[in-house]
Design a protein around this ligand. Structure first.
Ligand SMILES: Nc1ncnc2c1ncn2[C@@H]1O[C@H](COP(=O)(O)OP(=O)(O)O)[C@@H](O)[C@H]1O
Ligand SMILES: C=C(OP(=O)(O)O)C(=O)O
Ligand SMILES: [Ca+2]
Ligand SMILES: [Mn+2]
Length: 695
């Protein structure tokens, strides 16, 4: 017989029950009651499982004292009506989701349909309370009667749960990041980006050859908008994010993002500026709204539609519609296009650049096309990160447009990029990466998901001439999106003084541009307008060759006005603030792709260090043929022989041919700009022209 006081089989005589089975006794002293009694735990308040679960979640406390439930507002007829703050917000959301052609619907309800809210107490910032909570049955009704549940500004934890529960391909990785799939598109679709041409935009925007703005009319926009809104309303629930763009408080823009996926909502939560609870309560009407119905295609019978994807911007309506692509970068870069329109109107220059600041307040901008190193090089353990991709330069200095970073993570390593590596944790969205099914450890070398898409793009090629281009942005485009504060030395608020160094990044897969050259103002403008890079894309399996890309202002896909407008503003600002321009090749050395190698990241970092510290400005220089670039003879930590590409190629004829080939490509590209005036007179324009390759 056990005497340890925990439990024992007691003697038959004393404990046999009606069925003759011995009772279990936990306490020898408790002979009277003879019930199982666990007194090791403290008693809990809940009497039922449901009650217990209700204790698990504490209601968010409103950040400001609850406003009187009855606030005054003005009704449409001008009379004073009494509406609550809740009702005002509901009407706001309803307006965002309403059809423009149907009078009834949708019925907008805040909160998850799967977890109906209790009707009691005070309103919280995150849920509305209704006397009759809709059930799933309501959704079997027709479109005018069904409920659309709005999941409004959910937290990352809530979005994780939504993603893992309802979205195929969503998993938590070993470091806590949310792994997602963006579907068939793993990069942007620049040939499917359309802008409504109306009287104003016809006059103001850049149209025609070289412009990223493919025209569409207002009516077609509305057809696509309705398609997106109908799709969103057909769902049980949609996600709504209300957030900000631009850390400059004077020029902050309020954006609303309506989307169907938790992935999209979390992505934008990370990428836009997150409002405080107070700011959210006073958010009001957004300045711009995105309708992301990316899972749903556009209709090829609709005028202007050349594929099943369309990303449509209507500046007059302050709206953007996404159909047929779930690549989240479309939203971020779509808003960037908007800023490229709004900011120059206010004499503020919008820039496709990374930005960081030294301990002494020296600011550097990093311009470059996708994959040239803006994110990698602006993330620098010895400097404050202002932002990795989109900035504004105003009379006050620089400000980041975004609240997060979007890093490429192909071949990412902890050793080479520790800050980005460590940012991939809970809250971070990881797109299209591959992980171990059991340990959930990510294999950053694995390109399987994005490689598969190369084949898909080839299918598009057969389907339509419009897609007869190589999609550079999609290949090997695995990505991580994280809030900027995940980088330990982020500068919050993300603003800084006027830049001292303007670094133009080019990934020259031809291997003929020097690792670094110091530029005159005219050369800076020439290379800024050219916007050169050459990446490598596999055309057929096993055959890879560099291809030159020229993208005005290092971001032609996003600019709205003629490139000369931005160029003139940059020249004026650089002159006024005495900034120095640099051209840094983060691409190949010792030969083109195939024979040479990509310049080691460690060497590029030493080059950038020397720019920041000012030592490179003091170095001695020689001039290169063809491009006329000033190259330093020595940089600490970098082998001197690689500073002049001529020294690194073994085949001198091949080097000279390649150099001339690239020079010719530059000249040809610039022909498109020779007739445009930059700045007040023709003097600067002529000087910029003369700053290009001469041979
Ligand atoms: N010398 C180098 N300089 C910069 N990046 C390099 C270099 N060598 C390799 N890389 C890789 O190139 C990629 C640059 O991408 P990223 O910084 O995201 O570009 P961007 O932000 O301009 O699109 C990263 O994956 C980085 O690791
Ligand atoms: C998000 C993008 O930006 P980048 O590659 O310049 O970082 C993109 O081009 O899709
Ligand atoms: Ca980037
Ligand atoms: Mn970018």
């Amino acid at each position: 017989m056990a005497e340890n006081g925990e439990f024992s089989f007691t003697s038959r005589a004393r404990s046999t029950g009606r069925n003759g089975l011995p009772r279990i006794q936990t306490n020898n002293n408790n002979k009277e009651t003879l019930v199982c009694h666990d007194d090791s735990a403290t008693p809990i308040k809940a009497k039922t499982i449901d009650e217990l679960h209700s204790l698990q979640k504490k209601r968010s406390t409103p950040s400001t004292p609850i406003k009187s439930p009855l606030a005054t507002g003005t009704a449409a007829d001008g009379s004073f009506a009494v509406i609550s703050e809740e009702e005002r917000q509901r009407q706001q959301l309803h307006a965002s989701l309403a059809s423009l052609t149907r009078e009834r619907g949708p019925k907008v309800v805040k909160g998850d349909p799967a977890t109906p809210r209790k009707v009691d107490g005070q309103p919280s910032t995150h849920s509305f309370h209704y006397t009759s909570t809709p059930t799933f049955d309501d959704n079997i009704s027709d479109s005018a009667l069904k409920f659309t549940h709005v999941l409004y500004n959910l937290s990352p934890a809530e979005l994780y749960e939504q993603a893992v529960k309802y979205e195929k391909g969503s998993f938590i990785t070993s470091s806590g990041a949310l792994a997602t799939l963006s579907g068939a598109k793993t990069g942007r679709s620049p040939r499917d980006k359309r802008v409504v041409k109306d009287e104003t935009t016809e006059r103001e925007l850049w149209w025609g050859k070289g412009s990223p703005n493919i025209e569409m009319d207002e009516h077609t926009f509305l057809v696509n908008r309705e398609r997106a809104v109908d799709y969103l309303n057909s769902l049980d629930k949609v996600f709504v994010n209300d957030q900000f763009l631009n850390w400059d408080p004077e020029h902050r823009i309020k954006v609303r993002i309506v989307s169907a996926r938790a992935y999209h909502s979390l992505f934008m939560h990370n990428m836009c500026i997150r409002p405080t609870s107070e700011e959210l309560e006073d958010f009001g009407t957004p300045d711009f709204t995105i309708y992301n119905a990316g899972q749903f295609p556009c209709n090829r019978y609709t005028h202007y539609m050349t594929s099943s994807t369309s990303i449509d911007i209507n500046l007059a309506r302050k709206e953007m519609v996404i159909l047929g692509t779930q690549y989240a970068g479309e939203m971020k870069k779509g808003l960037f296009s908007l800023m490229h329109y709004l900011m120059p109107k206010r004499q503020i220059l919008s820039l496709h650049s990374g930005c960081n600041m030294g301990k002494d307040g020296d600011v550097a901008l990093f311009f470059g096309l996708s994959g040239t190193g803006k994110t990698t090089l602006s993330t620098d353990h010895n400097r404050y990160l202002i932002g990795d991709d989109e900035h504004c330069w105003s009379d006050n200095g620089v400000s980041n447009i975004e609240g997060g970073c979007y890093a490429k993570c192909i071949d990412l390593s902890r050793e080479k990029e520790p800050d980005i590596w460590n940012a991939i944790k809970f809250g971070t969205v990881l797109e299209n990466i591959v992980f171990d099914e059991h340990t959930r450890e990510v294999d950053y070398l694995d390109k399987s998901v994005t490689v598969l898409i190369k084949v898909l793009n080839f299918t598009y090629y057969l389907e339509s001439y419009h897609h007869a281009y190589w999609d550079f942005t999609a290949a090997e485009n695995t990505r991580a999106a994280y809030p900027i504060e995940y980088i330990p030395n982020a500068k919050i608020p993300c603003v800084g003084p006027h830049p001292k160094n303007i670094i133009l990044l080019a990934c020259d897969a031809f291997g003929v541009l020097p690792p670094v050259s110091k530029l005159s103002l005219e050369q800076t403008m020439y290379h800024f307008i050219s916007g050169y890079t050459a990446l490598v894309a596999g055309t057929e399996e096993g055959v890879k060759e560099p291809r030159a890309t020229f993208s005005a202002c290092f971001g032609a896909a996003f600019i709205m006005l003629n490139p000369t407008k931005y160029a003139a503003m940059l020249a004026e600002k650089m002159q006024k603030h005495g900034a120095t321009g640099w051209l840094v090749n983060t691409g190949w050395s010792g030969g083109s792709y195939g024979s040479g190698n990509r310049i080691k990241l460690a060497f590029t970092r030493r080059i950038i260090d020397a720019i920041h510290s000012g030592t490179l400005l003091e170095a001695s220089y020689t001039k290169t043929p063809v491009f006329g670039l000033e190259i330093p003879t020595e940089i600490e930590g970098v082998p001197s022989e690689i500073l002049d590409p001529e020294n690194t190629w073994s085949d001198m004829k091949a080097y000279k041919d390649t150099l001339l080939k690239l020079g010719t490509l530059f000249k040809k590209n610039f022909e498109g700009f020779v007739n445009h005036k930059i700045g007040e007179d023709n003097k600067l324009t002529d000087e910029i022209l003369a700053a290009g390759p001469l041979f």
